[in-house]
Structure formats: structure tokens, C-alpha cells
Design a binder for this molecule. Structure first.
Ligand code: SF4
Ligand code: SF4
Length: 73
């Protein structure tokens, strides 16, 4: 269970998703320019990265409905 993809063309390298992900799934690529799904097995589909991404660059397939978390803890 994981997010499907991060669109490299849309990603503006802001790193918000890297800092937001509570499971440390997302990292920057080797060139430190674009976000990548580094540890897909750890994703719990919380949806936080998608909410934070101002470029709407993070996608989940229509067959999966991430339970959007509006508060943490
Ligand atoms: S929040 Fe969106 S635009 Fe920013 S680094 Fe992540 S995928 Fe890229
Ligand atoms: S959906 Fe949640 S756990 Fe998965 S990559 Fe995004 S912030 Fe991390």
C-alpha cells in the first residue's frame, strides 16, 4: 500500500512532502532536486503528503481511497 507516483515535472523541489511524511517514505533523488518514493512499503496512505503538496504532484490510484487525516495524535 503506497502512493503511486510523484510527478517529476510538477514537483518544484520544495521538500514539504519529505518533512511531512510521518513514515519517512519520501526522500529527494540523488541529485537532490525531485521528490521520490524511497520506501514504498512503509507508506500507510495517510494522505498528508498529498494535502501538503502545493503542486498536486503526488498521486494515488483511483482504486485506493486514502483516509485523509485531519489531526495527528
Ligand atoms: S511537496 Fe510536492 S512539489 Fe514539494 S517536493 Fe514534494 S512532490 Fe515536490
Ligand atoms: S501517504 Fe502518508 S505515509 Fe504515505 S508517503 Fe504520503 S505522508 Fe507518507
Amino acid at each position: 500500500m503506497t502512493i503511486d507516483r510523484i510527478d517529476r515535472d510538477l514537483c518544484n523541489s520544495c521538500r514539504l512532502c519529505v518533512f511531512t511524511c510521518p513514515m519517512d517514505v519520501i526522500r529527494m533523488d540523488a541529485d537532490n532536486v525531485k521528490a521520490i518514493i524511497a520506501y514504498p512499503d512503509d507508506c500507510m496512505l495517510c494522505g498528508l503528503c498529498m494535502v501538503d503538496c502545493e503542486k498536486n504532484a503526488i498521486f494515488v490510484g483511483a482504486d485506493r481511497n486514502p483516509p485523509l487525516i485531519t489531526s495527528w495524535g
